[in-house]
Design a protein. Sequence first.
Length: 454
Amino acid sequence: MRASRVVLAHVRIIDGTGAAAVEDQNVIIEAGKIAGVEKGSDPTATAGAAVLDLRGYTVIPGIVGMHNHLFYIARPNLDSQRHFDSPVLAPQMTFSAPRLYLAGGVTTMRTTGSMETYADLNLKRDIDGGKLPGPHIDVTGPYLEGGQSFFIQMPHLANAEEARQTVEFWAERGVTSFKAYMNITRAELKAGIEAAHKRGLKVTGHLCSVTYKEAAELGIDDLEHGFFVNTELDSDKKQDVCSQSAGQETLARMEPDGAEAKDLISTLVRHQVAITSTLPVFEGDAGGGRPPVRQQVLDAMTPQAREDFFLLRQRPASARVPKFDAALLWKHDLALEHAFVAAGGLLLSGPDPTGAGDVLPGFGDQRGIELLVEAGFSPAEAIRIATLNGATYLGREKEIGSVAVGKNADLVVIKGDPSKQISDIENVEIVFKDGVGYDSQKLLNSVKGKYGQY
């Protein structure tokens, strides 16, 4: 949809600030911006202008996805016993992922770790140039990983100097953020952070070898996966080495209202470290038939991806009993994320859409908002976490992240009222990015049966 002026008439607005929904409003879009927000009325359509009567619909800001990927994890020859062959691979989803994100209401995203960085940079260029549909992209460089890794496609750092060189090389080529990974050492992380900060860029991390408190002291800007991967209390934790449970022991031991949790949260808030909630990628481990199966999600997948999706949902009879209770880990993380926000921390949201089909771009972003409500946030608060908080972290809160006059017209039109029933967040019909309207269903149709292939 392209018109010089678009009026979204009689909509409900959840503005992204955490404020309560406002009924019966008109949102006026001109020249890619929000030109007005006013009491609902019935303006007359004129040449070059469009008026959409949207009674019963809700407008929210475009989602700012802060743990999003443009690749997919493939496990070769996965079977019903969860056996698969090495190496695990991460094929690039340059065609399908941007369309799925935009269809789901994501108008800005951070790649949060890149496998094909040149492809991501070139994709950003073509989206920005209007050649391809997709969100605004904050391109994260190749993972800053230590001397070993679960993924054969990741670069392996030999020392701190290589970390510095990697950051400088990719910053010069247009990368706008970096992500440290599980086996990085403190020295390598420190060098990467210092090199990024010299250029005004930020560093996040999915850590293990380095604890949350150590990373905070080193100056990291953000930590991924809520509180699932902090290894501070793991009994076998050695400096600069990833522990066996990769943080599960710490999460199981860390009572959300206990002294250790309060000390950790205080440290993170004091050092202004954001936390990215990625609840969808952990939901399947919590049991109880999670996540719910959506037909639209299945429709987007290749036949192989659908098969993998159902294989991974099964728990083989031969599987070992988990050492740590998944339900307890889930409960602790939800409570810790809520406590972090209550203490003044900046919580971000993203689904980590990587797991052989169990979390998909766009759909996962919507599910993340629903799960934040499960964590105790109101729908308006959850939407803020997924919109304005991400914009604030990116330093773009004056341009995006809330419904306000003068900001980019990055808006999502939803059928229903997610302020009362959060599952309505799934009913996306139109997505505006820079004032251009996209039909969500048409975008989904364009990638039907393709996610998992390209």
